[in-house]
Every structure is written in structure tokens, then in C-alpha cells.
Design a protein around this ligand. Sequence first.
Ligand code: RB5
Length: 147
Amino acid sequence: MRIAIGSDHGGFGLKQVLAGLLRDGGHEVVDLGTDSTASVDYPLFAERVAREVAEKRCPRGVLVCGTGIGVSIAANKVPGIRAALVHDETTARLAAQHNDANVLCLGGRLLAPEMAWELLRIWMSTPFEVRHQRRLDLITGLEERGS
Ligand code: RB5
């Protein structure tokens, strides 16, 4: 799969680990930065990944900041994005099963790399349950009506 990935400085280390593991697993990784631990603004990187997914250049994206909160808030401003902040196996599974999340958000300062990789694997391998489609359509309607 072609996967967009991005982070701020707080998520840089975990992003590097996850990008490497994804590549080792045969995925095509589109790394949209950041490229170091120098302080940057997470909305910029969240937007890059979100647009890559919303404009269908990548079916899925992964975002990492210190907590995962900032990138999830920012990514969800882009129409078509369902970004889910997950922190355990259950939320990773349900983000796919119930929400068909197309962007996974992780806390680089909160999760051990092994745990983050496990959550990423669960999210990528769990199918969406179509009985939840009506709720996703309601979210799309909300986007279309705007504010
Ligand atoms: C940056 O210090 C930090 O605020 C950011 O990584 C993230 O945790 C925001 O939600």
C-alpha cells in the first residue's frame, strides 16, 4: 500500500521508526516530513498528509505529534479525512471497523515504538464494517453543509 506519513518534532522519532517498518513490510511510504527534531508547527504536516489522502494520492496516512491530539484536530479539518487518535488495540481496531479512519494519529511521546507499530498493523489489517456506512455518510453531509 502507498502510505503518507508525517509528524512534527514531537513525533519525529516514532515517524522514522514506523516509516522504516512500513518500508520493510513492502509498503510505499510517502514521507512528508518533518525531517529532524527541530521545532515545527504540527498543523502544516497534518495538512500535507491529509491532502495527500483526501486528494487520493495515498489511500491512507499516518500522523505523529507529541500526543497525537494536535495532528488529529488539524487533519480532520480537511474534507474527506477521518483521522482517528488511537492509544490501544481496541481503539486501533474500532477506528477501522466502525469509523473507516483513513488517517491514523499517534502520540510519539506517549507510545513505545513496539506498541505504535502494533496499533498501526491492527488499523491496517482490520476491515471496515459496512453497517456503519450510514454514520460516515452523515459526517460527509456535515462537511458538505459546512459551518
Ligand atoms: C509540540 O510540543 C506539541 O504540542 C505537539 O507535538 C502535539 O503534542 C500537539 O498536540
